[in-house]
Structures are given as structure tokens and as C-alpha cells.
Design a protein around this ligand. Structure first.
Ligand code: DGL
Length: 264
């Protein structure tokens, strides 16, 4: 089966999931779509998030992808159920895998989820975790400044990041969680800084690895795995000009990336 896997995010965040899929499933081809024109999604209303996500999903389906990964917690919270009901192609999100990973990781049954405003307000992690283990307490913290900070050029320097974390996360230091979930796929780009900020006793986890494992399970179940012989080049699409996408993508994926701009 030589079709690609469609990976979607509002911007660069889903690259953290794409990288993990590339690592775990090296025979697979990825078609990535970053909706940079409408980023950030985290401050938008559900209807708008659904509308933007659906446009990108349709674009990827028209490119012939065999499955879609919503590599965006916000889009997963807002649009996953709707899209799964509407389209025949397998579509998975990142929240369930992230919640499962948090359940494995916590030992004191207290978990903090950092996410966008929409994700935090939706309480989607609380529901997913409670569904599996209702002994676990989930705290949600919205970090609306993180995504624009990561998407803008030139911000990713240690001092600026440290200041941002101090400004946003101070109150969460008083919570007694032992696990922090990066509930936005942009945040693994700051993972080392966030780990340093919370110190050794707190585990910081992202859903990318688990999401990639879920991709593998779906491909096996649907008999859609790619044979090495058919491997094609990965492709990257963005919805508008971005001063930073190619830079971050090239750095994160360790090869030169030039995304194609497409109008949706
Ligand atoms: N990377 C996204 C997420 O996982 C979206 C961030 C945003 O666009 O606000 O939630």
C-alpha cells in the first residue's frame, strides 16, 4: 500500500508527531499540512476549529492519503468525533494516546495537562483519563502564549523561553502532580526547558510517541502498512506564508524542508 499518511496541525506542532511516526515507521510516507494561516487554533471557537480542520482533512484526502492523524490536541478536542463520523478513512487524534501515556506515567495519580485555551476549557483530557482510571486527578493549565511564541521567528532562545515559562507556569509549581502532559503538540519543542523548569521529580510527557504507536496499530488492523520498495518522498504543505515553518521543520526533522503553500 503505497499511499501516504496525512498528518495535520495548525502549524509546526504536528511535526513533533510526524518525527515520531518517521522514527517508528520508517517505510511510511507522510503528507503534512500546517494551517499556519489560521494558527493559533487555541483561542478560536469550536465551529471555526472544525471548519478549518475539515478543509485541511479534505485537502489531504484529495492527495490520496490512506489515514489521517490530527496531530493537534485542539483540533482533536473540537473536531475528531465529527470527522470520524463523516469520513470513511481512518482518522485518529492525539488526546487518547496522550491520556493513556499519562495514566502509565503517574504514580501519585495527579497529572497536570498544559494545553491551549480551547483544550484546557474542553476538559478533554479529564474525560479521557477518567474513562480509564477515575482515581486520577487531572489539572488543566491554559498556556495561550506558548504557541505564538513557538511559531514566531527568533524566539527559541533559552532566556526568552525561561521568561515565558516563569510568566505562565508559576502557579502550577504549587500543585502536587508528578506528571506533566504536553497537551499541545507545539510544546515538545520546549520539552527540555519545561523539564528543567519543573525539575527531576516531575515526568514531562508528550503524546507523539503513543500517537505513532496508534498509527501502527491502525495500519496493521486495516492492512495498510507500506512496503519499503514503494517508499515516496514526504511532502509538506502550509496554508499561507510563514517566516518560520521551513526553519523549524528542517531543524526538527534534521533535513532541509521546503513547504508548498496551498490556498484552501
Ligand atoms: N498544536 C496544537 C495543539 O496541539 C494547536 C496549537 C494552536 O494552534 O493553538 O493543540
Amino acid at each position: 500500500m503505497s499511499r501516504a499518511i496525512g498528518v495535520f496541525d495548525s502549524g509546526v506542532g504536528g511535526l513533533t508527531v510526524a518525527r515520531e511516526i518517521m522514527r517508528q515507521l520508517p517505510n511510511e510516507t507522510i503528507y503534512y499540512f500546517g494551517d499556519v494561516k489560521n494558527c493559533p487554533y487555541g483561542d478560536k471557537k469550536r465551529e471555526e476549529i472544525i471548519e478549518n480542520t475539515e478543509k485541511a482533512v479534505k485537502f489531504l484526502i484529495n492527495q490520496g492519503v490512506k489515514m489521517i492523524v490530527l496531530a493537534c490536541n485542539t483540533a482533536t478536542a473540537a473536531a475528531l468525533d465529527y470527522l470520524q463520523q463523516k469520513y470513511d478513512i481512518p482518522i485518529i487524534g492525539v488526546v487518547q494516546p496522550g491520556a493513556r501515556r499519562a495514566i502509565q506515567a503517574t504514580e501519585n495519580n495527579k497529572v497536570l495537562v498544559l494545553g491551549t485555551k480551547f483544550t484546557a476549557n474542553s476538559k478533554v483530557y479529564d474525560r479521557e483519563v477518567e474513562h480509564i482510571n477515575s482515581n486520577i486527578i487531572v489539572y488543566d493549565k491554559a498556556c495561550p502564549a506558548f504557541c505564538p511564541f513557538i511559531e514566531a521567528e527568533g524566539n527559541l532562545i533559552p532566556d526568552a523561553t525561561k521568561k515565558l515559562l516563569e510568566e505562565t507556569l508559576t502557579e502550577t509549581k504549587n500543585l502536587d502532580m508528578d506528571t506533566v502532559v504536553l497537551g499541545c503538540t507545539h510544546y515538545p519543542i520546549l520539552k527540555k526547558d519545561i523539564e528543567k523548569y519543573y525539575g527531576d521529580k516531575i515526568k514531562v510527557i508528550s503524546s507523539g510517541r503513543e500517537a505513532a504507536r496508534e498509527v501502527s496499530t491502525v495500519l496493521t488492523y486495516e492492512k495498510l502498512h507500506q512496503k519499503k520498495l514503494n517508499k515516496k518522498e514526504h511532502k509538506f504543505f502550509i496554508s499561507g506564508y510563514s517566516d518560520n515553518f521551513d526553519n523549524i521543520a528542517s531543524k526538527w526533522l534534521k533535513k532541509s524542508i521546503k513547504a508548498e503553500i496551498v490556498e484552501l
